[in-house]
Design a protein around this ligand. Structure first.
Ligand code: PLP
Length: 503
């Protein structure tokens, strides 16, 4: 078939010319082939530093550039291809080596193929009978991850993101503490109190709202100058709540904190949890990936003492979104906490296999996405050593960046990085010349949003900013992606200076 004919084919072809409706597969091959080609081109363009990270437009403008309306009549496959073009045109290239906006970046090809196979074998993760390969795969990977954190036995499951893993951990602790919650609800109990650091992720506060504790009962423990939870303040706050007749039950330590990248002191926190009989959870959604690196795993020292650990391979391990694991030390608790034994799905008298492999009742969800295949395939492709190497590259880039920040005029490092977050300020010469005053602070506060606007519109760089505690707005650079180099770190600083020196 000539390419002319093929083009004609697609302009007069519709979804019914594709599998499973069509009897032949040539239109399917042509259509899938063309989409694949566009995706590979997109990845290639993402990898080219001379391209923009994004062609950014505000929502109302963007809506005019896209044909988003839905109609009664089907559109031709050719038209669908043109939609693919415009989607890719305006998508943020998160695989671009100058994309550093959040705690994940890059598009790993082996994980991408895993995700593609996942979609092609479209299934749900609740029972073994419909996901046999993926259920045994998930259990195998979870066991490996438990070994890595140092849990001898235990349980675990993948959840749709770190926030949900954290929320599940709190629910699990609540169940352990008062199993009656499950049937009777929260009525008539003493206020249950959860503790986490003031720099912890906001999902813990949301967990308080969602699980009926109330956000005020997610107590914020002070952090030290490095951003780590202060055990002395944790103890003080536990005692205060006990004195009020409240019931402390749950402590979350963080590894690493979202903005500052600090790892909390696990040994000391664990000792306090043991003393007061509290559940210790570690939110290592962001920084848990350092466990893969013999050089950096010491940051997680003592994590085996926790009762549960949340760990997102889609962050520091560079897997694709979403990929989040909750590891639990005590076996059987996930099932006990969540199960309702829906008899239409989890029949106990199945004759095909041991129904313990129907893991779907270990979560509060019904359907669960297959997030394991992309992780497993990536791990197979790189081996643990390959992942370790990539984690080390991320750390090396951050160390280099922090050194450059210290060397350059008009840049100020806020904290020595512990993980791969580098927090710094750019102080334009005009503002640097001002005497310290509230007016100077106010003007500095406005610098990162203005620079962010300029670099995003220029399409040269994606980087985040925020305030934290006593600090006004500052930049937070993160490193995850392994194809990023020291030169990219220089570029980040050059670009921030270029866009901010006149402010
Ligand atoms: C420390 C920490 N915990 C939890 C989360 C939430 O993870 P997710 O975005 O997968 O819900 C984040 C997200 O950045 C995080 O930094």
């Amino acid at each position: 078939m000539s390419s002319e004919q093929t083009k004609q084919d697609l302009s007069s072809s519709y979804f019914k010319d594709l599998l499973p409706y069509a009897e032949t597969k040539h239109v399917t091959e042509e259509f899938v082939g063309q989409v694949t080609k566009k995706l590979i081109d997109f990845l290639e363009q993402s990898n080219d530093r001379s391209n923009k990270v994004c062609e950014f437009h505000p929502p109302e403008e963007l809506k005019k550039k896209l044909d988003l309306s839905l109609h009664d009549k089907p559109e031709s496959l050719d038209t669908l291809l043109s939609h693919v073009d415009s989607i890719l045109k305006y998508a943020v290239k998160t695989g671009h080596p100058r994309y550093f906006n959040q705690l994940w970046a890059g598009v790993d090809l082996s994980a991408l193929m895993g995700e593609w196979i996942t979609a092609t074998t479209n299934t749900n993760m609740f029972t073994y009978e419909i996901a046999p390969v993926y259920i045994v795969m998930e259990q195998t990977v979870l066991e490996k991850m438990r070994q890595i954190v140092g849990f001898e036995n235990g349980d675990g499951l993948m959840y749709p993101g770190g926030s949900i893993s954290n929320i599940q951990a709190m629910a699990l602790a609540r169940y352990k503490f008062c199993p009656d919650f499950k049937e009777k609800g929260i009525f008539g109990t003493k206020p249950l109190i959860s503790f986490t650091s003031e720099e912890a992720h906001y999902s813990l506060t949301k967990a308080g709202a969602l699980l009926g504790l109330g956000m005020d009962n997610v107590v914020k423990v002070s952090t030290d100058a490095k951003g780590k939870m202060m055990p002395s303040d944790l103890r003080k706050k536990i005692k205060e709540h006990l004195a009020k007749g409240n019931q402390p039950f749950f402590v979350t330590a963080t590894a690493a904190t979202t903005v500052g990248g600090a790892y909390d002191p696990f040994h000391e926190i664990s000792a306090i949890c043991k003393e007061y009989n509290l559940w210790m959870h570690i939110d290592s959604c962001w920084g848990g990936g350092c466990l893969m690196s013999p050089k950096h795993k010491h940051l997680m020292d003592g994590c085996h003492k926790a009762d549960s650990i949340a760990w997102n391979p889609h962050k520091l391990m560079n897997c694709l979104l979403q990929c989040s694991v909750l590891l639990v030390k005590e076996n059987g608790l996930l099932e006990a906490c969540n199960s309702t034994r829906a008899s239409y799905l989890f029949q106990k008298d199945k004759k095909l296999y041991d129904v313990a492999w129907d893991t779907g009742d270990k979560t509060f969800q019904c359907g669960r996405h297959n997030d394991i295949l992309k992780l497993w395939l990536m791990w197979k492709a790189k081996g643990s050593n390959g992942i370790a190497e990539q984690v080390d590259i991320a750390f090396s880039n951050s160390l280099y960046l922090s050194e450059q920040v210290k060397k350059r005029d008009n840049f100020e490092l806020l904290r020595e990085p512990e993980g791969t977050n580098v927090c710094f300020q750019y102080i334009p010469p005009r503002i640097a010349a001002m005497p310290d005053s509230p007016e100077k602070f106010e003007q500095l506060y406005k610098v990162p949003p203005e620079i962010k606007k300029r670099i995003t519109l220029d399409g040269t760089l994606y980087v985040g900013y925020q305030p934290l505690k006593e600090h006004g707005n500052f930049f937070r650079m993160i490193n995850v992606a392994p194809h990023v180099t020291h030169k990219d770190m220089d570029f980040v600083l050059d670009e921030i200076e270029r866009c901010g020196k006149d402010l």
